[in-house]
Design a protein around this ligand. Structure first.
Ligand code: GLY
Length: 354
């Protein structure tokens, strides 16, 4: 097993990666939450991974899909925890992808004003990203992840053995976040897709290591942690817009991030931050992860811009994470005209008119 520490002082915790990692759960719970005499195992329909927390447990199955991530879903879990007598010294175990780890982590953060939880991540996306870092939360009808808490897990188990049954689109979604990490190495390090040559557990561990390092440096996203949103401003807009009636595209999160990475490179180029070779490198790296690099058909730049403005990270101006001479960093106050022109250029290029 590979073991990565998220260094947060007294709240430091391990991320254990490897085939069969979920079988470490009883040992991990005993070490990380020694007070636990009961566990609430939260999982989702369709997740077949079975876990043994090593203490008596109750199982809670939340509905399939992103809709499970709601305030009423968190309330239902907390009420279930209360009915089964889960105490503050016990433990919540989230077994699933990002929806489950976000929802169960949020329920744990508010149950008895904070109860320990352990993530057993069963999707590639959760293993490389969503299960690590302590951002928990639920959606509102007004937007994704608008209610939440920073509440770090006590441990994260990434069992790469359970990924064998992951549907192809879910692999693609995880690869989008993996591609993002290719650009988040130390300044000056050339982004590349060489991670793909490693065995799966080492790929996951390499990503978890970057995530752990960034979270350790900036737990509450005061600065550096924002680089984890590379590619996400457009991605969130595309995802939100895709839900609108009649839009006709269905992008998984990581697929949207992949397009967002290419867009961010084009935008950085237009702003004079990087040269054309660096844009081409973005396209090559994202393509090597077998991910889309073009906008979905039917994009209307004005509409997409409006969706970007609703991104909660935008703080009234348009904020992007962009590559530049000092590497990837947060860039505020990006003019709408530049964003529109970049989108329009990508649309035109894809239509073959340029
Ligand atoms: N839960 C995901 C994060 O903290 O980034």
């Amino acid at each position: 097993m590979r073991r990565i520490e998220v260094e947060l002082g007294e709240r430091r915790y391990p991320v254990v990666v490897g085939d069969g990692a979920r079988r470490e759960l009883p040992t991990v719970v005993a070490a990380a939450v020694p007070s636990a005499s009961r566990a609430a195992v939260v999982t989702q329909e369709g997740i077949s991974a079975i876990v043994d927390p090593g203490v008596p447990s109750e199982r809670f199955v939340v509905p399939d899909g992103e809709l499970a991530k709601s305030l009423s879903g968190a309330e239902a879990l907390c009420r279930g925890f209360a009915r089964t007598g889960l105490s503050r010294t016990d433990v919540v175990i989230a077994v699933g992808g990002g929806v489950v780890t976000d929802l169960a982590g949020f329920a744990a953060s508010i149950y008895h004003r904070g109860t320990a939880y352990v993530n057993v991540a069963t999707s590639l996306l959760a293993q490389v990203d969503a299960a690590i870092g302590g951002k928990t939360g639920v959606n509102l009808p007004e937007g994704k992840n608008l209610v939440g808490a920073f509440w770090q897990p006590s441990a994260v188990l990434c069992d790469t053995g359970v990924l064998a049954t992951l549907p192809p689109r879910e692999w693609a979604s995880g690869r989008g976040e993996m591609a993002k990490y290719a650009f988040l190495g130390p300044p000056g390090s050339p982004p590349d897709a060489s991670i793909l040559g490693l065995d799966l557990a080492d790929q996951v561990a390499a990503c978890a290591r970057i995530k752990a390092e960034v979270v350790s440096a900036d737990e509450r996203e005061g600065g550096r942690r924002m680089v984890l949103n590379y590619g996400h401003t457009l991605a969130h807009a595309l995802e939100a817009e895709g839900f609108e009636p009649g839009r006709g595209w269905d992008l998984r999160h990581g697929e949207a991030v992949a397009i967002g990475l290419v867009f961010a490179a084009e935008l950085a180029h237009r702003l004079g931050r990087i040269d054309g070779d660096r844009v081409a490198l973005h396209r090559r790296v994202v393509g090597a992860f077998d991910l889309p690099t073009e906008l979905p058909g039917g994009i209307d730049p004005e509409r997409t811009l409006a969706f970007m403005g609703r991104d909660k990270k935008a703080h009234h101006d348009l904020t992007f994470v962009l590559d530049g001479p000092d590497g990837v960093e947060v860039v505020r106050d990006v003019g709408e005209d530049v964003v529109l022109a970049t989108l329009a250029d990508m649309v035109t290029a894809e239509g073959g008119e340029r």
